[in-house]
Design a binder for this molecule. Sequence first.
Ligand SMILES: Cc1cc2nc3c(=O)[nH]c(=O)nc-3n(C[C@H](O)[C@H](O)[C@H](O)COP(=O)(O)O)c2cc1C
Length: 370
Amino acid sequence: MSENQPSHDVLHRLVHAAMLAPTAENCQPFSFVWNGKSLDVHHNVERAAHPLSCNFLTSQIALGCLMEAIALQSSVESWSPHFSLHLPDQLIDSLEGNPWLSVRFEPSTSHEADPLLEGLPFRCTDRRVYQGGDPADPLLASLEADSSDCDSTALRFLSTAPPKELVKHIVACDELFWHKPEGALSALKWIRFDDEQVSSTQDGVSGGNLAFSRLETEVLRWMPRSASLFRTMGTFGGKVVYGYRVTQQLRSACTLGCFATSDLSPQGIVQAGRRILRAWIRLNMAGYGFHPYSMVSMVALGAQHQLTGPLPVNFQRLFREGQTLLRRHFGLGPSQSPIWLFRAGKVDPLPKKHRTLRRPVQEVFSYEPA
Ligand SMILES: Cc1cc2nc3c(=O)[nH]c(=O)nc-3n(C[C@H](O)[C@H](O)[C@H](O)COP(=O)(O)O)c2cc1C
């Protein structure tokens, strides 16, 4: 290995940090190839495919998080990363084979650790009921203000606990799962129902980390994977139970946050992903749980830009009106599109057994033959 390039150990640590970044459903769609000059990050369409994930919007956000994780780890290595994105506007399947991102490294003289690096291994999604919190906490204002010079991303918090109107809207949007069950069935693929499944796959989300009771999780586990059955279950109570759980989660939150961007190109979304990871780690480090709601934000945005498959007419209307609702509640300007909504609230640290795992570095990292 050339002295002008990071050693194997450094690359291993960088990839390990990159893998700690979140991905939708913990699908971990990225793999890494060192070609002697740059670390190429590839995207696996099969792992990332989701009937409601338009133009791989979720992977674009996840890529931004991954870049920020590499930047955090680089802050303690003697290298500074230079990122080159290779993302056309439409991320069609033909991209398979080409990397989404290349990272070159140049020697760096600074060894000052980014303070967020410490929180990276503990960042997590927490779907439990929270213990509220103070929406006037100065941390929230400081997160809103934390933006870089060329930043098209904004973060806004409500100055109150989640209002009824928004809670109702989020629950209504999530009902799409019952009307277009392909989305829910695809998500079910990533639920790991016992310890053996968790440890053999090292991906997906454990059943214990969902919003459901033990009994509800068991019903999900044994339910035949059939769209029509799922629809029927929705009609006969599933919708009500799920709506109740989501309402409970939202009512327990301190507040809601919304990321918005004025640049909806893949580059703009990836940039937002970088900002998302920093805010997420800061919230977790301060004792706040963080729980995203993609349906009301990301899926709704995709639907508006005709990036999702056909949706029932009432949901098209709901999503369209929802964008206006989010703009109003979060004080966003006409050029700012809400892309990601989440709840935050004080909560005890997530028990280790509920944390998601990551595939081992040796499974996702390789060297290109010389
Ligand atoms: C782009 C993206 C979208 C996500 N959307 C949701 C969501 O709608 N609901 C949810 O409960 N979790 C959502 N998550 C959280 C992931 O399921 C979670 O990050 C993943 O399982 C890894 O777990 P961790 O965050 O605890 O490391 C999302 C994550 C990402 C990166």
